[in-house]
Design a protein around this ligand. Structure first.
Ligand SMILES: [Fe+2]
Length: 375
């Protein structure tokens, strides 16, 4: 199933005026006309009201504007969206927002599969989750994560307007970028990686390392935003094939326990996991069917992308890269460590190239979080 990718080509906005997204609105209208749609179901973040032209477009082309979902969308919220979609007899979904809005849209489409084909257009407003490039969607039922994997969840069309990135707060920029970076890293060493996915992963890491400093400055060139959208998209394509590994398996509970953003928790985990793999590489049980030598070569390739001569230097480089972002590291008690160890997603752990025992997970969490300080 192919995806139509549309990059909105617009002039850089003048700092004194708010960009109005006129070009994006026209392109969305064209998509609606081309697909002969009469009643689109819009799923957007609430803050979309900051952009009057987009709001007008929604009013003009749709009877439903659904914003009633939380950052970690629940099953109940998705079901409510699905119910309204059916009741209003909508014929397509357009999602404008970050990972949550896109996930809600994918889930509603998924529950509609038995009825009709519902075209899905997504317009990401952050660069990081890569959800626009994957067949996965996530929601929560009574605090438990439900993952959907279905080819139909892959959006039919994606529109990128880099102007959305201009207004992202710095913390948001950092953590969403780190999500994409972790997707690049984890898909690279995943047991499911292919030649194609590794090619995406490599490009993602190179792109982010090259553009991170510029992206985190206050005023960016349009070119930098475009590159970062690209990194996020290709990181999504990489995990769509290879999936994520230990970093993502271990980060979810940190997110809810300490209220950290997903990308924040993911990079704290991967920084430690990367060093731990390299320092223990001889003793670890390799579970990638391509063998230990193959995994070592992948890690060496990552070291090379980091611009270092050997694996230990690559760990130092990753530490420096992460420390520079000045992301908070929460303190963990014994009880919290115990709870974290029990929370780990076993399925994702199976994608990791080395076997990680429960004892290893305990050790890793104690290194990832500030454990020594309070114990
Ligand atoms: Fe992620």
């Amino acid at each position: 199933m192919g995806q139509k990718i549309i990059k909105i080509k617009s002039k850089p906005s003048n700092n004194n005026e708010t960009y109005d997204f006129n070009k994006l609105c026209n392109t969305i209208k064209q998509w609606i006309i081309r697909n002969s749609l009469s009643n689109v179901f819009f799923v957007t973040i609430r803050s979309i009201k900051r952009y009057p032209l987009i709001l007008n477009l929604i009013k003009e082309t749709s009877s439903v504007h659904f914003t009633n979902f939380t950052p970690n969308p629940t099953f109940e919220e998705v079901m409510e969206g699905y119910r309204i979609f059916k009741e209003k007899k909508c014929d397509a979904i357009i999602a404008i927002g970050g990972g949550s809005a896109i996930d809600v849209a994918k889930c509603i489409k998924f529950y509609n599969l038995k009825n009709d084909f519902v075209p899905l257009l997504v317009i990401p407003t952050t660069a990081g989750t890569g959800s626009e490039a994957t067949k996965f969607a996530v929601m929560y039922k009574e605090g438990v994560k439900i993952s959907i994997e279905d080819e139909h969840c892959l959006p039919d069309a994606v529109m990128f307007d880099y102007h959305f990135l201009e207004t992202l707060p710095l913390y948001q920029k950092k953590v969403t970028l780190m999500d994409a970076f972790c997707h690049g890293l984890e898909s690279f060493w995943s047991v499911n990686s292919t030649r194609e996915s590794r090619c995406y992963s490599k490009g993602v890491l190179e792109n982010i390392l090259e553009n991170v400093d510029e992206y985190l400055k206050l005023n960016n060139e349009a070119e930098v935003y475009k590159k970062i959208f690209e990194a996020s998209f290709f990181a999504g394509k990489a995990i769509n094939i290879a999936k994520t590994t230990a970093g993502h398996a271990m980060c979810y509970k940190i997110t809810s326990m300490y209220g950290l953003a997903h990308g924040h928790a993911a990079i704290l985990c991967n920084k430690i996991i990367f060093r731990w793999m390299i320092e223990n590489i001889e003793q670890l049980d390799c579970i990638d069917s391509r063998g230990r030598k193959y995994v070592e070569d992948v890690l060496k390739e990552i070291a090379y992308i980091f611009g270092t001569e050997n694996l230990i230097e690559a760990c130092d480089r990753l530490d420096m890269f992460v420390d520079k972002l000045e992301l908070e590291v929460p303190c963990a008690s014994d009880k919290e460590i115990e709870e974290l160890v029990l929370s780990v997603n076993e399925q994702r752990m199976k994608n990791h190239p080395f076997l990680i025992s429960e004892k290893n997970i305990d050790t890793l969490y104690k290194k990832i979080l500030n454990y020594d300080i309070i114990s």
